[in-house]
Design a protein around this ligand. Structure first.
Ligand code: TMO
Length: 313
């Protein structure tokens, strides 16, 4: 009799759980660790998402991290999330870490991405290298892109080597134009923007790595059209390396325990999805308006409550 009564009581408790009669598990007060990398939208978005978590009562910590090694750090729980997983540059590291166990896919932003070599629009408009943006045109005008340090070849100004390793030198080899072009790695994203600005003043030919969404979307940057990306086409994946970058996705990653330790923040993170325009704005506040990353995020949050509030509800 006594036993039956106890069972009946726990059934009532269980039912009230199931129908939401009791409070949800509260998020841990332990900090959510958000990585910061070396391009503007990523750092601004770190503070935007951190601000969202804080608006929900959460605690956040910002961790400067290498943009490739971060997926292993997420797997191990040293970093909680990654909010800009660009397919072309980080897809392999993301899935390698997932294969080892401990990284989950927390959804995809609305923005489509491209990370590719290209030229400012005036290079096309002034016909400095006839036939661009088709890559084959490059064969006939390396001198248009030569610089003092490029040994008489055309210069490809690549991003920091921490992003892609030897992807672009291997591409030049694969395309058979390594005798005409050479890759120089920029020390920082800012170094690319400074080179683009000085080239623009002189209306000089320049080829740089760039990406979209970015602040340069507004100005008109033209990506070169290379042979189409297919899985396995890159040298690192067993191919000849001659392909361009994928027209790709931007995902979000999380440590596998995040849904358990911070269910509300995790739910908000899965709902978080930014558009090309929104991500371009985050970069522009820093790279055009020269705000600090933190101030840019504060402004973005203040101006866009209708965008992000629903993610947190
Ligand atoms: C990873 N990035 C957006 C700089 O290409």
């Amino acid at each position: 009799m006594k036993i039956t009564k106890t069972l009946a009581m726990s059934a009532v408790v269980a039912a009230s759980f199931a129908f939401g009669g009791m409070a949800n598990a509260a998020d841990s007060s332990k900090p959510i660790k958000i990585p910061t990398h070396n391009w503007s939208s990523q750092v601004v978005m770190a503070y935007v998402i951190g601000g969202m978590f804080e608006s929900m009562g959460g605690t956040v910590e910002y961790v400067p991290a290498d943009s490739q090694a971060v997926y292993e750090a997420i797997r191990l729980g040293d970093v909680t999330i990654s909010h800009e997983v660009w397919q072309s540059t980080f897809g392999a590291s993301f899935y390698n870490a997932m294969d080892k166990g401990g990284v989950i896919d927390a959804g995809t932003h609305e923005a489509a991405t491209l990370e590719e070599m290209g030229v400012p629009k005036y290079v096309i408009d002034m016909d400095l290298c006839p036939g661009l943006p088709n890559w084959e045109a490059l064969k006939d005008c390396p001198e248009v892109f030569a610089t003092a340090d490029s040994d008489g070849k055309g210069r490809w100004l690549e991003g920091p080597q921490s992003w892609h390793g030897d992807l672009m030198p291997e591409r030049l080899e694969g395309l058979g134009i390594a005798d005409k072009y050479t890759v120089k790695f920029a020390g920082s994203a800012d170094a690319i923007w400074a080179e683009l600005e000085s080239a623009k003043k002189e209306k000089r030919g320049i080829i740089t790595f760039n990406w979209t969404p970015n602040f340069t979307d507004a100005d008109g940057f033209v990506f070169i059209e290379f042979p189409e990306f297919t899985p396995g086409c890159r040298k690192a994946d067993g191919g000849d390396g001659s392909c361009g970058s994928p027209k790709g996705w931007m995902k979000k990653a999380a440590n596998y325990q995040f849904p358990k330790t911070h269910p509300a923040a995790y739910k908000a993170f899965t709902k978080t999805s930014f558009t090309t325009t929104q991500i371009g704005q985050m970069a522009a506040l820093v790279d055009i308006d020269k705000m600090s990353h933190e101030d840019a995020a504060k402004k973005w949050l203040a101006d866009n409550e209708a965008v992000w509030k629903p993610f947190t509800e």
